[in-house]
Design a protein around this ligand. Structure first.
Ligand SMILES: Cc1ncc(COP(=O)(O)O)c(C=O)c1O
Length: 389
């Protein structure tokens, strides 16, 4: 019998439909989706603007090599210009976050000529070999060495460690402004500022990985903007395609201008359907004021989670994250709580060993958040009573 490789623990839930912030299972049961397929469906399931763009594109052409020009490519270039910082003047599209991280590292390796990278404890940057080398979790790395480059992992938010470690042997420092998989720690502005300063002083590139935190999820367009710095390379993915696989690398003029034909490539990167999805994603972001709505909903989420934390001190250590990239740090594994929530019609996921992660779509309502708070409370109380009996 043919079987799927077991890289993910199954949830035993058969989903048949998604709309906005909700999913429905085969029995017609509705779920509030705070899993969003690892944060992809931030624009909601089947966002109407994204669906319309993909549908229109399907009627015209589905595949076109990057060597050809097209109207949709021109449109996406104009839209990207509206959401990228002005100093990032080159971009390239790929299909997954790992591929985009891989390209950012290859650019740093090739242009600086250096072979050492700096990453951080609890960082997650993907699973392809270059990206995996930057990913901290020892269980993800186990048995896959040797990696293509030397990596030093520093404690996250440790300014002194950055000052000591970033020297002129370093090709790039790669950092998540909010660590997604690793436990929802948010970077302090001075931490990102010191990385920027050390990179300026030593000629290393600062790569900001916004694959999970970007595109408005934390209540600002790009989470690094809170620190008032500018990266040399910005990497994005997940939300931007509205559910369609799209990722992006954007780079400074001096980096982009040094790229030669043949130095990288991708058969499917920036294919017409992906371009249409990205066009729809950016239009949705701008037309529906997604960033502002995520900031507002994020405030409500934060307050609700603080309340839940204060009502469940026996289970909760604290609230993590920013905007709609939120979590509760628990005193034990989040898996039983995720199961309890699922049985109550809420889908969530974990981050690191102890954090319950919630990545809802931007259109989550006040009522959804109140309902979520109630179900979190019930789930935590149920688990706590089970532990004491
Ligand atoms: C910050 C970050 N970087 C990279 C990746 C890898 O993206 P993908 O799974 O699309 O390859 C992820 C995925 O969760 C991520 O959160």
């Amino acid at each position: 019998m043919l079987k799927l490789m077991g890289f993910y623990a199954p949830r035993n839930l058969r989903i048949v439909r998604g709309e906005g912030q909700y999913l429905w299972d085969v029995d017609g049961r509705r779920y509030l989706d705070c899993h969003t397929s690892h944060g992809v469906a931030f624009l909601g399931h089947r966002n109407p603007i994204v669906v319309e763009e993909i549908r229109n594109q399907l009627e015209r052409i589905m595949v076109l090599s990057p060597v050809f020009d097209s109207e949709v490519k021109d449109e996406v270039t104009k839209l990207l210009e509206m959401i990228l910082p002005k100093h990032l003047t080159y971009f390239y599209l790929l299909n997954s976050g790992s591929e985009a991280v891989e390209l950012s590292l290859k650019l740093a390796r090739r242009i600086t000529g250096r072979k050492k990278f700096i990453s951080f404890i609890n960082a997650f940057h993907g699973r392809t070999m270059g990206a995996l080398a930057m990913t901290w979790n020892p269980s993800y790395r186990k048995d896959y060495d040797p990696f293509p480059w030397e990596v030093e992992f520093l404690p996250y938010n440790d300014v002194g460690a950055v000052e000591r470690a970033v020297d002129d042997r370093v090709a790039a420092v790669i950092v998540e402004p909010v660590q997604g998989e690793g436990g929802l720690s948010a970077a302090k502005p001075e931490f990102l500022k010191v990385i920027r300063e050390r990179c300026d002083r030593t000629g290393a590139f600062m790569i900001v990985d916004e694959i999970q935190s970007g595109f408005g999820r934390t209540g600002v367009l790009w989470a690094y903007q809170r620190a008032g710095i500018e990266p040399d390379i910005l990497v994005a993915g997940k939300s931007m395609g509205g559910g369609f696989p799209v990722s992006m690398v954007a780079a400074r003029e001096e980096i982009g201008a040094k790229i030669e034909a043949g130095a990288h490539g991708s058969t499917y990167g920036g294919n017409p359907l992906a371009l249409a999805a990205l066009k729809g994603g950016i239009k949705a972001l701008l037309e529906d004021h997604v960033v502002e709505k995520a900031a507002e909903a994020g405030e409500l989420m934060g307050r609700m989670l603080e309340r839940v934390a204060s009502e469940n001190p026996e289970s909760v250590r604290g609230v993590r994250g920013l905007g709609l990239m939120r979590g509760l740090e628990l005193r034990w594994s989040p898996t039983p709580c995720i199961q309890e929530l699922q049985s109550r019609g809420v889908l969530a996921l974990r981050a690191g060993l102890t954090v319950l992660r919630l990545l809802p779509p931007y259109m989550i309502t006040r009522q959804d958040i109140e309902e979520l708070g109630k179900k979190l409370n019930e789930s935590l109380k149920t688990l706590a009573s089970r532990k004491t009996t």
